[in-house]
Design a protein around this ligand. Structure first.
Ligand code: PLP
Length: 366
């Protein structure tokens, strides 16, 4: 079993997720100096500056600060759906696998997983799976949800063209469009297409501050003025309203100033890692061309062990941590706290672990 709360010594190099970053000294200084007020009353000036800035970045009328990205998904689905309604999303999508069934439990909505390719489905997929509204046996489809980048699919980037086509079909059926933009700014870094260009296809969209941007806490949800007014109500209901959140918002503002351009370095490091592993690690397969942002997914099947076992060895022998993605899939995520040297060292550890396991496998077969 994976115990995510392991008490072992901290890994030497941590590629578990881009959530493991620590706030930098200058981010902490910005947080300490933040002007604050009561967020629940709308009186926290720094939070208000952050939401205005993100609304501008996303090109939305308004925006709301939230404690987490998971809450942004939940709040949005709760607004777009009545209980029993349905959300269309890729089968790898975060709300299906990593939000403890929250959408079902709290919003009462049902998730219909689509069989996309590398996390990306097509307008035709949507057309095929929208429920006929006149059929009283079936749930009502209300939302199409897109994940940019597609995390569990390996940080793949939806082409803008595909997003536009999906949005067109969604509109034709009167469906809302939701963007899980936990790593939208990675897609911006990968493509050069501004955030607002993606977001204009959506009714609700959010970015995470606590992933590649390196903040300790927070996400910002954007949408129309009416949508955000409703979102504030749902956030309050979920217990997500905050008080002097300016200390968190200050980290967000700092990250928007200093940690956006550098996401390209994380992408270069992911390619570096993937290249070294692909070239050197026997029994580990990965799609080198498919590494488009800061996530690398590797299949360790031909080393003869599960992902869990592979990761245990990698961690105990080399102090390198990655995350298990089920079965024999292993994920490595690059971020602010790992530089190219650390990535080279992590790749060497993966190569060495694979060599060791392969040698054992070949030895046992003879
Ligand atoms: C991390 C993540 C979330 C949840 O965000 P939190 O801020 O950790 O709650 C949602 N969707 C995707 C794609 C993610 O990677």
């Amino acid at each position: 079993m994976t115990d995510l709360h392991d008490a072992a010594a901290p890994p030497r190099i941590d590629l578990f997720s881009d959530t493991v970053t620590r706030p930098t000294d200058s981010m902490r200084a910005a947080m300490a100096a933040a002007e604050v007020g009561d967020e629940q009353l709308g009186e926290d000036p720094t939070t208000n500056r952050l939401t205005a800035r993100v609304a501008e970045l996303l090109g939305t009328e308004d925006a709301m600060f939230a404690p987490s990205g998971a809450m942004c998904n939940l709040v949005s689905y709760a607004i777009h759906c009545r209980p029993g309604d349905e959300v269309l999303l890729d089968r790898t999508a975060h709300p299906i696998h990593y939000e403890v069934g929250g959408v079902a439990a709290v919003a009462g909505a049902q998730l219909q997983p689509l069989a996309g390719r590398r996390g990306i489905f097509s307008a035709a997929d949507v057309e095929r799976h929208v429920r006929p509204p006149a059929d009283h046996h079936q749930p009502r489809t209300r939302v199409v949800s897109i994940e940019q980048t597609a995390n569990a699919a390996g940080g793949t980037v939806w082409p803008l063209e595909t997003v536009a086509q999906v949005a067109e079909v969604a509109r034709a059926h009167g469906l809302a469009m939701h963007l899980d933009g936990a790593r939208l700014l990675n897609a911006v870094a990968a493509t050069g297409v501004p955030a607002s260009e993606w977001c204009r296809h959506f009714d609700s969209c959010w970015i995470d501050l606590s992933k590649g941007l390196g903040c300790p806490v927070g996400a910002v949800l954007g949408g129309s003025r009416a949508f955000i007014a409703e979102a504030r109500r749902v956030k309050q209901r979920l217990g997500g309203s905050l008080r002097q959140s300016g200390i968190l918002a200050a980290a967000g503002l700092h990250a928007l100033d200093h940690h956006v351009e550098r996401l390209a370095e994380d992408h270069a490091n992911a390619k570096l890692l993937a290249g070294l592993v692909a070239a050197g690690a026997p029994g580990v397969s990965l799609d080198l061309q498919g590494v488009e942002s800061n996530i690398v997914i590797m299949d360790v099947e031909a080393t003869g062990v599960t992902a869990e076992r592979f990761l245990e060895r990698l961690r105990t022998a080399h102090g390198v941590r990655c995350s298990p993605m089920g079965g024999t899939l292993v994920r490595a995520v690059t971020h602010l706290d790992v530089d190219a040297d650390a990535v080279r060292s992590a790749a060497a550890a993966i190569v060495s672990t694979a060599q060791e396991l392969r040698a054992r496998l070949v030895g046992s077969a003879t």
